[in-house]
Design a protein around this ligand. Structure first.
Ligand code: PMP
Length: 425
């Protein structure tokens, strides 16, 4: 009995306008990789709640685990009376994270909180203030994480001042003219012009930039950063809030790096739709803050921990890492076929099932086409496919479909995208 239009009017009257909304749709119910709006229209969900639903909407195992947890307790605050599921999630994440060294974990609630805490831990361990982040990086909406974020519009506008001792080097991005050498050189320039390396606590970067445009950090870029990190005693932090929990074909994308990071942040798909985040890393680094220095009232909620354990179980039972790789290959194949017919699609890329296309006017790499990107995303929604755009230039269409989606549903979604290009391009 609600319409999207009526709800939108109420929303505009009641909700602060700074909260964006990609599609003028209000959900009624959702299952796996599909959702239905309040008017009964069906949509294929290629957005997954921004990378939160690698195991799909209402995964049966997650629902069962949460229901069972609800009959026991929902909150004690781990710092007051502890509970086993938090410890088990920590044990599982310590095992899942790469690196032949002892690891420990801290649980939190949101991705931004995980990043905030990774920086706190890195500073406590090194006794140094500086942090180097990268152009196009996205790390959250709190003050510190906005400071780290390397993309002004729309995130940072009007929200300064940002914390000191945060510097931005170039992210290696061949498509947009930044070679690995350029990017590493820009770090050396920071050491020359802005901060001596002995005062830098950490480098923080995403293995695949998410909001920034699905650009994959080249292995040589990681090796180069690691060499600088080792030379100067700087920690390497992988922000895996978007790439983690199996999206890229391995549980953490940094398993595909030539070297293991010291700290990893995780959130989003970790708990299959429930708010849970974590920092996982070298035990001696994680143990730098004194007792009482880390935590949060809701941090590591028992309900979210139960969901996370079910997500990890689902990955094992349903072989979702292999599925992520196969799905990525199928999507890239389909999108490359599409690119052969749609000149605007100038690049198709992916790591596992973290897949995107980038749009340019007449395919000219010097002319990113944000306008067409908006149009094709809106047209696809009209035709029943939920997509998200992203990118420094606003010209990237990204796919974060649940790994539990069928091949038929993927093909159906790709066909809608192709029709949408035919309608607007
Ligand atoms: N880091 C990355 C890489 C992200 O993609 C995001 C969310 N898009 C965040 C941090 C912030 O996470 P949250 O929105 O849960 O605070």
């Amino acid at each position: 009995h609600f319409t999207n239009a009526a709800l939108l009017a109420r929303r505009h009257a009641a909700v602060a306008r700074g909260v964006g909304q990609a599609h003028e749709i209000f959900v009624q119910k959702a299952r796996n990789a599909e959702l239905w709006d309040v008017e009964g229209r069906r949509y294929i969900d290629f957005a997954g709640g921004i990378a939160v639903l690698n195991t799909g909407h209402l995964h049966a195992g997650v629902v069962a685990a949460v229901k069972a947890q609800l009959d026991l307790y929902t909150h004690t605050c781990f710092q007051v009376v502890a509970y086993e599921p938090y410890v088990e999630v920590a044990e599982r994440l310590n095992t899942l994270a790469p690196g032949a060294f002892a690891k420990k974990t801290l649980l939190l609630t949101t991705g931004a909180e995980a990043v905030e805490n990774a920086i706190k831990i890195a500073r406590a361990h090194t006794g140094r203030p500086g942090v180097i982040a990268f152009t196009g990086g996205y790390h959250g909406r709190t003050n510190m994480t906005l400071g780290l974020t390397g993309k002004v519009a729309p995130y940072k506008i009007g929200f300064g001042p940002f914390p000191g001792e945060v510097y931005h080097a170039l992210f290696s991005n061949a498509l947009h003219g930044v070679s690995v050498q350029d990017a590493l050189h820009s770090v050396e320039l920071l050491f020359k012009n802005d901060i001596e390396p002995q005062r830098v606590a950490a480098f923080i970067l995403e293995p695949v930039q998410g909001e920034g445009g699905f650009y994959i950090a080249p292995p040589e870029f990681i090796s180069g950063l690691k060499a600088l990190a080792d030379r100067y005693g700087i920690l390497l932090i992988a922000d895996e809030v978007q790439t983690g929990a199996g999206r890229t074909g391995t549980w953490f994308a940094c398993e595909q790096w030539p070297v293991a990071p010291d700290l990893i942040t995780t959130a989003k798909s970790l708990a299959g739709g429930f708010p849970l985040a974590g920092v996982v890393g070298r035990a001696e680094v994680m143990d730098a803050p004194a007792p009482g220095g880390l935590g949060g009232t809701y941090a590591g909620s028992p309900v979210a921990c139960a969901a996370a354990l079910a997500v990890i179980e689902a990955f094992e039972q349903e072989k979702l890492l292999a599925r992520s790789q196969d799905m990525g290959a199928q999507l890239v194949r389909g999108l490359k076929d599409m690119a052969a017919k749609v000149p605007a699609i100038g690049d198709v890329r992916g790591l596992g099932a973290m897949v995107a296309i980038e749009l340019f006017e007449a395919g000219d790499k010097a002319r990113p086409d944000a306008d067409l990107t908006k149009k094709v995303v809106a047209e696809a929604a009209r035709r029943g496919l939920i997509l998200l755009s992203c990118g420094t230039y606003g010209n990237v269409v990204r796919i974060l479909v649940p790994l539990t989606a069928s091949n038929e549903l993927l093909d159906e979604g790709l066909a809608i995208l192709a029709d949408s290009f035919a309608a607007v391009a």
